[in-house]
Design a protein around this ligand. Structure first.
Ligand code: MN
Length: 468
């Protein structure tokens, strides 16, 4: 496997972690940490900072990794480029598959167990007080559609219910759900592999949904283009299925066609506990892992859950908007909107003929990503990554009676509780300055200087002895 991404980096899990370590973005916890509430609590408390490694986990042999790709700085260190570079890599990969290659030997098969106890061998966390139990949260589920043969990779949480059994949450409309329902109609179990700790490119393509990754698209082929080399896939040991060879931990098994169990509650990305409900059963047939594996855990309510989709969604939004509305320069899906529900568009009007396109861009954004509920357009003198500057644009350039528009009853995300079963108004805000009036809104200029706070001390020298 020769690493040759556009940035010349190896996107493998361990290579990415080594880069985090070298960049000072990986912090090691001193002493033993408890997988019951404590580790998740620490991850929550210092969320959005460096990645956290818990080398010593009470009752377990495997270390736990938390908050891995939970901040922009971590993602930039992991990909060895800035966020624009990450988005460009993703933008180049979509629609340009590079099929995986099948290999005979795999690091993940250094240890293969056919008798095992998931709850003992894996440091599966209990995250929050409202959760129903212990959940595997960073598992990328690999499956092959039983009718089309197309491979799918997607995140699904798994609730531990026995030594070799979990419940699995399968939301409607997801490709894995569709494959599972086809297998159900055939009366057959659906083979799956739950992959924990794998290639960064797979982390990102597994986070895609909807039109971004149509059902006929193979996430591993898009991941191959993103990685800049074919993803190496190996045959499962106990099922007829392929999965990434360079994975820390893989649980092989099947989804039972005609069995459900109670699943949840669990704290989800929208910040609430999901309601308890019926869910399909995953029956594990083998546990495979590398030597000295690392177990990755993600808090459902946490920065990493939403950061895993941020750059993928922004890349798709930016490319769709720039194709449709030429005045769009940049987009930011903001942290407060969970990188999913709110977007700020940076536009540049170069002539009177561009006036109005900012509103077309807002409408195009809603059409591109159905979960967007609030889209703000600002001029390109506003820093869309600075929430204060965006609010300044609202304060100084938006006239609510004219620049705010509402489209009621549109399709949104069904987890948004204020929505009517996933139908919700879309709010557009045009906080741009009319092209004809741009001179009146020009921000007061200052001279460019290079001085920083480092040029200042804390003591008066001689001019003001009374202040010494
Ligand atoms: Mn898919």
């Amino acid at each position: 496997m020769i690493p040759n991404t556009p940035g010349g980096i190896d996107t493998g899990f361990r290579a990415a972690l080594q880069r985090l370590q070298a960049a000072g973005r990986l912090r090691w916890y001193e002493g033993a940490a408890d997988p019951e509430f404590e580790i998740a609590g620490i991850m929550k408390k210092i969320d959005g900072g460096p990645a956290l490694l818990f080398p010593e986990v009470k009752g377990h042999a495997m270390p736990v990794l938390g908050n891995f790709l939970a901040s922009r700085e971590n993602c930039e260190a992991a990909f060895a480029t800035d966020y624009r570079g990450i988005r460009a890599m993703i933008g180049r990969a979509f629609g340009h598959p590079l099929p995986p290659e099948i290999v005979a030997e795999a690091p993940v098969h250094e240890n293969v167990h056919t008798t095992f106890d998931l709850g003992v061998q894996l440091p599966i966390l209990r995250h929050g007080d409202g959760d129903a139990g212990r959940f595997i949260t960073a598992g990328i589920v690999v499956a092959q559609d039983p009718e089309t043969g197309v491979y799918n990779a997607s995140y699904h949480r798994l609730q531990l219910i026995g030594p070799q059994r979990t419940a699995i949450k399968l939301d409607f409309g997801r490709h894995l759900r569709q494959a599972f329902e086809r297998a159900q109609r055939m009366g057959k179990p659906l083979p799956i592999a739950v992959c924990i700790g794998t290639d960064l490119a797979v982390y990102y393509t597994a986070a895609t949904m909807g039109a971004l990754m149509p059902e006929g698209a193979d996430e591993f082929a898009i991941a191959g283009r993103l990685a800049g080399r074919p993803i190496a896939m190996v045959k499962a040991r106990s099922q007829d299925l392929l999965y990434p060879a360079e994975t820390e931990i893989v649980i092989e098994g099947v989804l039972r066609p005609a069995e459900t169990v109670r699943e949840g509650p669990f704290g989800e990305f929208v910040g609430y506990l999901s309601p308890e409900g019926e869910a399909p059963v995953f029956e594990a047939s083998a546990l495979c892992h590398r030597h000295r594996p690392l177990y990755h855990a993600i808090n459902g309510v946490g920065r990493e859950t939403v950061m895993l989709r941020k750059y993928v969604l922004e890349a798709s939004l930016l490319s769709a908007l720039q194709a449709a509305v030429p005045i769009v320069r940049d987009v930011e899906m903001t942290a407060g909107g969970l990188h999913r529900f709110h977007a700020v568009l940076s536009v540049r009007k170069d002539s009177e003929a561009h006036e109005g396109f900012q509103r077309n861009a807002i409408l195009a954004a809603f059409a591109t990503l159905k979960d967007l509920d609030l889209v703000i357009a600002v001029d390109d003198d506003i820093d869309i990554r600075d929430p204060l500057d965006v609010e300044y644009a609202l304060a100084m350039r938006m006239e609510g009676s004219r620049d705010l528009f509402v489209v009621p009853g549109a399709r949104a995300h069904e987890y948004v509780r204020v929505s009517d079963n996933g139908r919700r108004a879309k709010v557009g805000i045009d906080a741009t300055v009319p092209f004809a009036e741009r001179d009146r809104f020009r921000r007061a200029p200052f001279r460019e200087v290079t001085t920083s706070l480092d040029r200042f001390g804390t003591k008066a020298k001689s001019a003001l002895p009374w202040l010494d």
